[in-house]
Design a protein around this ligand. Structure first.
Ligand SMILES: Cc1ncc(COP(=O)(O)O)c(C=O)c1O
Length: 410
């Protein structure tokens, strides 16, 4: 430590990723820590091993001490998001009057898709992508059309255009593109030019864009986030975001949907009952995070950046043949294990544990490390795993060392 100087020591002291012991984390009752047996290191679902940001904890404590546990009201969350967007993304275009509070990001996505498509219409996604994009869209009676990512795991404009043409075909009335911006699971941050090309293609093919921007506050050093609605041509776009990923608040339900100027009338058609879903404590927590949790977020991003680099070293040292492209955003690493030659056909069926196949199944069985199985992310996902590195460097090191031994002992 000494050789890294006092700056590094300060960063480590403030890093939310090193505050909790494994014993403390194992007392948690959420999905990450309970779905697998106690000898498994869980680096799968997108929860972080951090304590609550102090500003969020204080807001929740105050609400609890007041008994302020009724229904949500007002625009404080949207106002806090608009101020955050101005400061962080230099974007002044988030109009509070063009927003709606929704229960969470995925329910927001479904409701926005309902505004611009009909049952039987197609929704385009760029695969591999966050698995609920498939499940929620098809559960709501829309057909998923894939536009596989291209070189560098970036959006491929030709594949997207081809998917838009298919989505508009067969006499369908509407079509939408559900975009992950930044992209889960690759951590790619779409550039302004890429987003402008998406907007142009979407307009030309009369496809409406719904941008899922839940990972936007988690852009790491070296990249910068562009809100889809800030690019020219995206005025008829819709988006949804939340403080839930960046401040680890998934259990405190709330999110904000927002519309470009040409989509504001669509958003006004959102049924009133959708606003009954978000939790008042969720709205309080998310608002406090965006308003007063920015320093905590900066400390987190510093820790994630260090873990992203550490993971690169560990993969090189312990996981020969495994491909790792450091993410530009998120705390998710997409590891290409296809060279290990493990097939994904061992899945036992749906369910958190039984759906693991191929390399994720091998790492669970032999390394006792839980990762997300690539094949559930759609075309292009087979043979890959997603690793959540929002944990301490010690846990990350232990997990990758175990994975390395599992590969070596095969
Ligand atoms: C791209 C993306 N969208 C949505 C979600 C889920 O958000 P919520 O819990 O608010 O529905 C996640 C969670 O990891 C995600 O990665």
């Amino acid at each position: 430590m000494d050789s890294e100087g006092p700056g590094a020591a300060d960063a480590a002291r403030n890093d939310p990723l090193v505050q909790l012991s494994l014993d403390q984390l194992r007392r948690r009752t959420s999905m990450k820590w309970r779905a697998f047996p106690g000898d498994v290191l869980p680096l799968w679902v997108a929860e972080m091993d951090v304590p609550l940001a102090p500003a969020v904890a204080a807001a929740l404590h105050e609400a609890v001490s007041l008994g302020d546990t009724g229904y949500p009201y007002g625009r404080a969350y949207a106002e806090a998001l608009a101020a955050f967007a101005r400061e962080r993304w230099h974007w002044d275009g988030l109009r509070v009057e063009h927003t709606a509070i929704v229960p969470d990001v995925m329910m927001g996505v479904v409701e926005l898709l309902r505004l611009v498509t009909e049952p039987g219409d197609a929704v385009v996604v760029c695969s591999p992508v966050y698995p609920p994009f498939y499940a929620f869209v098809s559960h709501d009676g829309r057909e998923v059309v894939e536009a596989p990512l291209g070189p560098g795991l970036r959006i491929d404009p030709d594949a997207l255009e081809e998917a838009f043409v298919r989505a508009r075909g067969d006499g369908r009335r509407g079509a939408a593109f559900l975009m992950s911006n930044p992209h889960n699971p690759t951590g790619v941050v779409h550039t302004r030019a890429e987003l402008a090309a998406v907007a142009e293609l979407a307009r030309r093919h009369r496809v409406r864009v719904v941008s899922d921007e839940i990972h936007a506050p988690l852009v790491l050093a070296g990249a910068s986030f562009t809100p889809f609605l800030s690019v020219p041509g995206a005025e008829n776009g819709l988006a949804v975001t939340s403080a839930s990923k960046a401040w680890n608040l998934a259990g405190l339900k709330a999110a904000v949907a927002f519309a470009g100027p040409e989509a504001a009338a669509d958003l006004r058609r959102l049924p009133e009952e959708v606003s009954h879903g978000p939790s008042h404590l969720g709205v309080i927590a998310h608002t406090a995070a965006l308003r007063s949790g920015r320093e905590w977020l900066d400390d987190l991003l510093t820790g994630l950046d260090a873990n992203r680099r550490l993971l690169g070293q560990l993969v090189e040292q312990h996981l020969p043949g495994v491909g790792y492209r450091p993410p530009e955003a998120t705390y998710l690493a997409w590891l290409d294990c296809t060279a290990l030659g493990l097939h994904d056909d061992a899945a036992d069926g749906p369910g958190v544990v039984s759906e693991l196949a191929g390399p994720a199944r091998m790492f669970l069985d032999r390394a006792r490390v839980a990762l997300s199985s690539g094949h559930v992310f759609g075309t292009g996902g087979a043979g890959c795993v997603r690793l959540n590195f929002a944990t301490s460097p010690a846990v990350l090191r232990e997990a990758v060392e175990r994975m390395g031994r599992a590969i070596a002992d095969r």
